[in-house]
Design a protein around this ligand. Structure first.
Ligand code: ZN
Length: 116
């Protein structure tokens, strides 16, 4: 079915993570970044992502605000970005975290940047 086709591209390295089947949380085949979420909105994806990463004490709404106020270039440098996939008629959101770093550190660094 054509309308079940989903395309998700890693915002950190531009590798195609999925092109066809709906992606499941996992690691980017290009850079190894973890991606979590699968939310119908950015806040839903972040909330879902935080629970999958077992990071508590980080406010989902604060994090969403940070993701949309810190420049995309800076977010990529910090290794925390949010992206939507592409599918027929709608899309879902994913939180990407660069490989090899502590998730909480990454998120707290981003939050600190957004407060400047
Ligand atoms: Zn990647």
């Amino acid at each position: 079915m054509a309308d079940s086709r989903v395309r998700l591209v890693c915002p950190l390295c531009d590798a195609v993570v999925s092109d066809g089947p709906p992606p499941a949380p996992g690691a980017c085949p290009g850079c190894g970044a973890r991606f979590v979420g699968d939310g119908e909105s950015a806040p839903a994806a972040v909330e879902q992502g935080l629970s999958e990463l077992s990071v508590d004490g980080v406010g989902a709404q604060e994090l969403v605000n940070a993701l949309f106020t810190v420049s995309p270039e800076r977010c990529r440098k910090l290794g925390v970005t949010i992206a939507s996939d592409e599918r027929e008629g709608f899309y879902r959101w994913w939180l990407f975290l660069a490989a090899g770093r502590d998730a909480r550190d990454q998120l707290e660094t981003l939050l600190a940047e957004s407060c400047k």
